[in-house]
Ligand binder design. Sequence first.
Ligand SMILES: Nc1ncnc2c1ncn2[C@@H]1O[C@H](COP(=O)(O)OP(=O)(O)O)[C@@H](O)[C@H]1O
Ligand SMILES: [Mg+2]
Length: 251
Amino acid sequence: MSNKIEVRNFSFFYGSFQALHDLNLDIQANQITALIGPSGCGKSTFLRSLNRMNDAIPGAHAKGEALLDGKNIYAPDVDVAELRQRIGMVFQRPNPFPQSVYDNVAFGPRVLGKPKKGDLDQLVTESLQNAALWEEVKDRLRDSALELNPGQQQRLCIARAIAIKPEVILMDEPCSALDPVATLSVEDLMRRLAETYTIVIVTHNMQQAARASHYTGFFWLGKLVEFNRTNELFGRPKDPLTESYISGRRG
Ligand SMILES: Nc1ncnc2c1ncn2[C@@H]1O[C@H](COP(=O)(O)OP(=O)(O)O)[C@@H](O)[C@H]1O
Ligand SMILES: [Mg+2]
């Protein structure tokens, strides 16, 4: 096991409002880390702060450190575009571009000015295969992505994210707009992706965290109350707040 991301005394502010308080956790490489907790407790803020998606918000600032392979994500010399290439993101609502299936997946590699046509075809195929979508769309590559069903659209967004070969994939409630069958197929996919990538997923679905993740962090009012192996956190919670939340008495 090795730490892909080490979070050290990390706090985050929107102007004078402190959204995250002194977080400390290690995110293991090639594992799925789930973040749970009630709405408004800072899960999305934390996730977005890992690839500096909050940078554009006026007054938003971080304190402490979040180290990616030992280097602070907030160091002044970090190239944010490169950071976002290394740490990709999948959002709550599937958000394919209004373009073809192919062009959605080719988007990132084209922006990065990468491959020639043949290589690009190969990369699109591989990304769709790795996102467990290829069989369903191989005859529909020129169709609009908006014609796919929501579960397919979310896997397309995952294919789009992995086409730029990230190291970490952040997923913010990626299944909340999906039906149970599509949800299970995305969870299945996540497990396979963890062989190659480090995955951090926000979910308000505790069953999903328990089923799909290796590590779980429980957030409450901007604090990380408990962080542990998933089976420990759900089976033997140490903090009474965790215990009452996972047994459904709070949140
Ligand atoms: N852009 C923003 N500006 C100011 N406050 C924000 C912003 N985004 C989120 N917040 C606040 O930060 C806190 C955490 O929000 P968020 O990270 O979205 O929580 P969660 O994802 O757990 O629901 C909430 O109090 C929310 O109102
Ligand atoms: Mg959120």
